[in-house]
Ligand binder design. Structure first.
Ligand code: UDX
Length: 378
């Protein structure tokens, strides 16, 4: 900012001298439908188009239904015929945005001609020099790469959660199973952490929007499996609630339940579609007294679920608890001393919804230990 090369403004007229315009707005799920809400992307394009000078490039980064880029390209050309449009999806993970921007594992550019590609090569000159793979695609393929990648990740998580269900039925242990299959490099061990499943602002809404778009394109059957991925994912939350009920003789009324974790994943304060908060609020609706702790996401959680109880410290959260639920795998929770925590609770029962606590340590401290996809130990 001091150098004058980074400036913030709400004035669209300030765009008139720019060579490249990135559109990075969100595409949340539409209320009452699986489809993505395109209001913000459309509004951004319409705001930029009149100010896009000849030779400038509008670059879409948002995750959109395939076909959007071509539609926006045509819309831009009507207003500024000498400007062009490209699609350059991002693959940022929350909590690693800077890392993923400065050291992405690939760059994907959807373009309609060489000069658009050359502009993007200039933008990403340093990354190209660092040999980051560069993939040139057409507009629809570039759009599809993003949703295909997220669908694959969602599938991998639901696959291991389906295995967790089978392990429960067969007295197996999903954590050992995941470790064992993960050694096969064709499978790989990442994204095989079984538990209460995926949430956040991307995976859930992206697989739903992808299904909705495939439907429109007449390719419904091809993505039918994603419906199952979505149901396995939501079922994991219900299985967690069943474990809670099983340990509290079905009746949750008046029971004090400590919930460790509110964010949809650790290292983020994002609570959009958080499995942890979904479970906390369902248990609360069933009559339990729920106290939630999170190192970063309390304020966001309170804004969404004002009726839940919140604690600033782990000690306050677990005090006199009938049951402790571990729902977001922050490192603080793994570092807890189960001997010390046991002195604070009413009943020493913990359910690990993320398969991330050290089970042997908790058992040795005299806790009843439950987890999804693993046999129970008392
Ligand atoms: C995701 C994609 O990873 C990223 O490339 C894309 O750009 C945006 O969407 P993000 O939403 O930040 O990123 O979260 P991610 O790390 O993918 O985790 C998504 C969810 O899956 C979290 O709720 C996490 O707890 C859950 N998860 C992840 C599992 O349940 N098991 C796993 O093994 C991995």
């Amino acid at each position: 900012m001091k150098s004058g090369r980074l400036v913030f403004t709400t004035d669209f007229a300030a765009l008139k001298d720019c060579d490249v315009h990135f559109i990075c707005v969100g595409t949340p799920q539409t209320k009452g439908s699986l489809a993505a809400d395109m209001t913000y992307v459309n509004a951004a394009l319409d705001a930029v188009a009149p100010h896009a000078k000849p030779g400038s490039l509008v670059v879409g980064k948002s995750t959109v239904p395939v076909g959007t880029a071509q539609r926006l390209h045509d819309r831009l050309k009507k207003v500024s015929p000498q400007a062009d449009l490209a699609w350059n999806p991002e693959f940022l993970r929350e909590g690693f945005a800077v890392e993923d921007t400065l050291r992405p594992n690939r760059l994907v550019v959807g373009v309609t001609n060489d000069s658009s590609e050359n502009i993007l090569k200039e933008v990403y000159k340093d990354l190209l020099a660092a040999n980051i793979p560069w993939i040139r695609a057409d507009l629809p393929t570039a759009e599809l790469v993003k949703v295909a990648a997220n669908s694959f990740l969602a599938t991998k998580i639901s696959f291991i959660n389906a295995m967790a269900e089978v392990c429960e039925a067969a007295n197996g242990d999903v954590t050992v199973l995941a470790q064992a299959i993960g050694h096969d490099p064709r499978i790989g061990s990442r994204f095989l952490q079984a538990g209460i499943g995926f949430g956040g602002g991307c995976l859930p809404k992206d697989i739903r929007a992808f299904m909705a778009r495939a439907d429109e394109l007449g390719a419904r059957q091809a993505l039918e499996f994603l419906r199952e991925i979505d149901s396995i994912n939501l079922r994991a939350r219900q299985r967690m609630i069943e474990l809670v009920r099983a340990d509290l003789s079905e009746d949750l009324k008046g029971k004090k339940i400590a919930v460790l974790g509110a964010a949809f994943k650790p290292d983020s304060d994002d609570v959009r579609d958080s499995p942890a908060l979904d479970i906390a609020s369902q248990i609360h609706s069933a009559g339990a007294d729920v106290i939630v702790h999170d190192p970063k996401a309390i304020e966001n959680a309170r804004a969404r679920f004002p009726r839940l109880g919140f604690a600033q410290s782990i000690e306050e959260c677990v005090k006199d608890a009938d049951l402790v639920l571990h729902l977001t795998e922050w490192k603080e929770y793994r570092a807890l001393d189960p001997v010390a925590v046991k002195k604070l609770v009413k009943n020493a029962i913990v359910i690990d919804g993320r398969n991330h606590l050290d089970r042997e340590k908790w058992l040795a401290a005299g806790w009843k230990f439950r987890a999804l996809g693993r046999t129970h130990h008392n």
